[in-house]
Design a binder for this molecule. Structure first.
Ligand code: PMP
Length: 285
């Protein structure tokens, strides 16, 4: 079955899913996006994702192409038409089509919107989290000052991820100039201290407020775990009992080594494993 994309008002086969070359998303990465996981056909944390999308649009003075009600319908229709049970939905909105010129177009174009969905085996993700985890590689965070906006302008993230992959790691653990961990190239980063406290950077610092980060935090507090939102250094992370990352596609995923150094005993730790199970239960509820 050919995958179906939503492109500016129409559901079309992927082979016909095209945008204009003067789209400001193509020309300038002048756009925002969201990625939502789909579990048993249900969009996980859809409302927080829409809240974050509207916030990103607002911060860039961009119009939404439709209200939230119709947007929910479009997103669910893309999942339905692609017959996704477990998967990942991608949504992108750009400022629209206008002759290439840096300032916002004098006549505001209609924003462009595309939505795609693909299968993703979350059972395999959870299995990896419980048995293997992933490796991390520290990389300098060279991004701009508005990482709270979920912009499609991802070149520094791509370079960090690529450098991590070339170092044999799954994810880049990005580090600011002062030696503090910010987040992953497409994930939020956590550590567990020796006394069992979960630590992750606060979102008023310059990181993306991850939706999975928020849900895992809630799950952890429901389990009576202590959570601290504060910055921590790369050195502190390397000496932590455990580390893990969170994102819509990776859920909660133990980081078992960093720059080739074992974290804890180099296997998924008990705290992360409890969180993986609890987050799975949250997704399955
Ligand atoms: N940080 C960055 C830089 C990201 O790109 C992402 C995922 N898009 C995340 C964190 C995780 O966010 P979420 O849990 O909403 O997927």
């Amino acid at each position: 079955m050919s995958r179906i994309a939503y492109v500016n008002g129409a559901y079309v086969p992927m082979s016909e899913a095209c945008v204009h070359i003067d789209d400001r998303g193509y020309q300038f990465a002048d756009g925002v996006y969201e990625g939502v996981s789909v579990r048993h056909g249900k969009l996980i944390d859809l409302e927080p994702h829409l809240d974050r999308l509207w916030r990103s649009l607002g911060e860039l003075q961009m119009m939404a192409p439709m209200d939230r009600g119709p947007m929910r319908l479009v997103l669910k229709e893309v999942v339905r038409r692609n017959r996704i049970k477990d998967g990942f939905l991608y949504l992108q909105i750009t400022r629209g089509v206008a002759p290439r010129d840096h300032p916002f177009p004098a006549q505001t174009p209609w924003p462009a919107m595309v939505v795609t969905a693909k299968r993703l085996n979350f059972d395999a993700v959870m299995d990896r989290a419980m048995t293997q985890g992933v490796a991390g590689s520290s990389q300098p965070d060279i991004r701009w000052g508005r990482c709270d906006v979920k912009s499609t302008s991802l070149l520094p993230n791509i370079l960090a991820k690529q450098a991590a992959r070339e170092a044999g790691a799954f994810e880049a653990v990005m580090v600011d100039r002062d030696g503090y961990v910010t987040e992953g190239s497409s994930t939020n980063i956590w550590m567990v201290t020796k006394d069992g406290t979960l630590v992750t950077r606060s979102t008023d610092d310059n990181i993306l407020p991850g939706i999975t980060r928020a849900s895992v935090m809630k799950v952890a507090r429901d389990l009576q775990m202590k959570v601290e939102e504060r910055a921590f250094t790369l050195e502190e992370a390397k000496g932590a009992a455990e580390m893990f990352l969170t994102s819509s596609t990776s859920c909660a995923m133990p980081i078992v080594s960093l720059d080739g150094q074992k974290i804890g005993d180099g296997t998924p730790g008990p705290v992360a494993k409890r969180l993986v199970e609890a987050y799975k239960a949250f997704m399955d509820a």
